[in-house]
Write a protein that binds this ligand. Structure first.
Ligand SMILES: O=P(O)(O)OC[C@H]1O[C@H](OP(=O)(O)OP(=O)(O)O)[C@H](O)[C@@H]1O
Ligand SMILES: NC(=O)CC[C@H](N)C(=O)O
Ligand SMILES: [Mg+2]
Length: 489
């Protein structure tokens, strides 16, 4: 999952883009980049690392201009190399820079067509560079460079690209162009700020980026919509895709997004609390006479749900693991070796919270099982009498192909296993998962109980449809094994 942000401002925007990226850092820790537009020049700086590592004062000083875009990357295609850091730039037509959150699933076919028919070279393995070239080709087919031309080009992207995409781009001579895939799988929110120098707009993966920059959240960019903001700060927005089922990614609410974000008018924090309530109720249903002494969250993301579980069960909530704040998110690290090592470096138990107690550990999700396997053992080593484990999400049994790097079913601890088998593998005394219907209802909330979601990694149902052989191909390309081999010298 990557973080994206675009600003059409009244003064230079690089510093605001930088600040915005730092609050989107949880969405991608591998690479970061900013591109700005100043007159007829695009300035671009990007590289591997966290936002604070990629930019220094000198790099920032060169990023002049009132329109700009930023990206922090968690790769789902190609390699982790710096040449695939974003934004990408093409010089024709006009000069376009683009940053993408999501994953295309027809990249191979598109790449061929872009080369053979559009006569354009894609220089990396990145699906986002393919997307940029499709957009560029479609824009080149239009007449004069107007907001309508940009919308028509985005309509072309919608016709040709399949998968999850939220995109910020800028076109020299026009301004900022942002758009979202026709199913609205990946999030994108629009904000406005009226200041002494005029009206400014920002779009970002999550509303937290708007909050800290003083933009007021206006609305989500609609599925299939293109939003164009020109240099005078005038906004033109149009839905330009044939209607498709709306399917925002449910995993954003489970794990990815920050709790202080609003996505599709749903508070992520509230969604997580409701997940805790429904899971707590399930625990009470299955074990009305449970012997749980304390509920302990596995920091960070599970905290909201864990607190509500404790409330429903009527037992104490205790922080039993202390997180080293200087270690990043484990799940989005590129290699399994690195993930395994970092769990121990990141989390350390407070023994007195475990000693002689029956503890219920709560995680937001169990994906590869890397975290839970080690955590259960740590709890036992710290003296717990019994260790129960609850997951606020159902078993992840299927790949995610729309922007979360879980391409290989074999790497998922729940794939092809019963809950009983997973319990044994993770070494806990009892394992309990949220039911999918409860998760969907918890995220949707009481006001819109039947809202649809992309829950494909739980259900195995893919809203875009899947070409035969696709899973086998991405397994070959993107399994941990394949990535290790690619990285080997
Ligand atoms: O089963 P696994 O493959 O281990 O993946 C799931 C775990 O990874 C994530 O934590 P992460 O450390 O990435 O971030 P967090 O601090 O936000 O919880 C998630 O919150 C789970 O704890
Ligand atoms: N997680 C993402 O959104 C990744 C974007 C893009 N597919 C890349 O690999 O760079
Ligand atoms: Mg976690």
């Amino acid at each position: 999952m990557c973080g994206i942000i675009g600003i059409a401002g009244a003064t230079d925007v690089a510093a605001a883009l930088y600040d915005g990226l730092t609050v989107l850092q949880h969405r991608g820790q591998d690479a970061a980049g900013i591109a700005t537009m100043d007159g007829n020049r695009v300035h671009l700086h990007k590289g591997n690392g966290l936002v604070k590592e990629v930019f220094d004062e000198r790099a920032m000083a060169l990023l002049t201009g009132r329109v700009g875009i930023g990206h922090c990357r968690y790769p789902t295609a190609g390699s982790e190399g710096s040449d695939e850091a974003q934004p990408f730039y093409v010089n024709s037509p006009y000069g376009i820079a683009l940053a993408h959150n999501g994953n295309l699933i027809n990249t191979d076919a598109l790449r061929r067509l872009v080369f053979e028919e559009d006569k354009r070279n894609v220089n990396t393995e990145s699906d986002s560079e393919v997307l940029l070239n499709v957009f560029a080709h479609e824009l080149a087919q239009q007449g004069a460079l107007t907001p309508q031309a940009a919308v028509a080009a985005v309509a072309g992207v919608h016709r040709r690209c399949t998968g999850g995409y939220a995109v910020v781009s800028m076109v020299l001579g026009l301004g900022l162009v942002a758009f979202r895939d026709p199913h609205g799988i990946r999030p994108l929110v629009l904000g406005k700020r009226v200041g002494p120098n005029g009206t400014e707009y920002a779009v970002a993966s999550e509303s937290v980026a708007l909050d800290i920059l003083g933009f007021v959240r206006e609305r989500d960019v609609q599925p299939g919509e293109a939003v164009v903001i020109n240099f005078r700060g005038e906004l033109h927005a149009e839905v330009c895709a044939a209607p498709r089922p709306h399917a925002p990614c449910i995993f954003e609410y489970v794990y990815f997004a920050r709790p202080d974000s609003m996505i599709e008018n749903i508070s992520v924090h509230k969604a997580r609390m409701r997940m805790g309530v429904t899971l707590g109720q399930k625990i009470l249903r299955l074990r009305p006479d449970h012997d749980i002494d304390t509920v302990i969250p596995i920091p960070d993301t599970s905290r909201d749900a864990a607190l509500e579980i404790a409330n429903v069960l009527g037992v104490k909530y205790r922080e039993g693991f202390i997180k080293n704040r200087y270690v990043g998110r484990t799940f989005i690290m590129p290699g399994q070796g690195e993930r395994v090592k970092s769990v121990r470096r990141k989390l350390n138990p407070i023994p007195l919270e475990f000693k002689d107690r029956v503890v219920l550990l709560v995680d937001d999700s169990i994906v590869r099982g890397t975290t839970s396997q080690q955590i259960v053992q740590m709890a036992r080593d710290a003296g717990a009498k019994k260790v129960y484990l609850a997951s606020a999400a159902p078993p992840v049994r299927h790949p995610n192909i729309y922007g979360i790097d879980m391409p290989s079913a074999d790497e998922l601890v729940a794939h092809g296993r019963t809950e009983q088998e997973i319990e044994t593998l993770l070494g806990c005394d009892w394992l309990i998962y949220q039911d999918l219907a409860d998760l969907e209802a918890a995220v949707a909330g009481p006001k819109f109980p039947n809202r649809p979601f992309d829950s494909s990694c739980f259900s195995g149902e893919y809203v875009t449809g899947i070409e035969p052989g696709y899973f086998e191909r991405i397994q070959q390309l993107r399994s941990d094994d394949a990535k290790r081999k690619r990285r080997a010298p």
